[in-house]
Write a protein of this length. Sequence first.
Length: 146
Amino acid sequence: MTTFKTPKNWVASTLAAAIGVGDLSITVATGEGSLFGASFPMTLVIDYNLPSSREIVLATARTGDVIDITRAQEGTSAATHTIGAAVRCNLTAGQITDLHTAINAVEGFVGSDGEIHLTPKVSSSSSAEGTIFYDSDDDHVYVGTE
């Protein structure tokens, strides 16, 4: 199952302290940590306006204005960031890819006949007798073979 990143509109702050490439947390401007909420994971972009040092990070938790991060996400590199660097909750290509992957997985259950085909989860002590499918002609769900 896909774990989607938590989206937040209009979340913007700045770094209250510089960070080096090995740091695993950031401190945002005083009192602005609450803007990021309490639901994680969340994708953040630091220095989005500076191509030479922009970095995508995965925010994993927050205590006050301190946010724990996993560095160098989605092909970016860990970089040093100065005090006042922009921190934003932006939509990224990685999030869109996660959505596409999840949608494609769901679409894989719909057959060319319009029927929804599911394979039952089987315990190690039993075996599958067929598939679970929905027949749109008579609006019923069946277990077995078609």
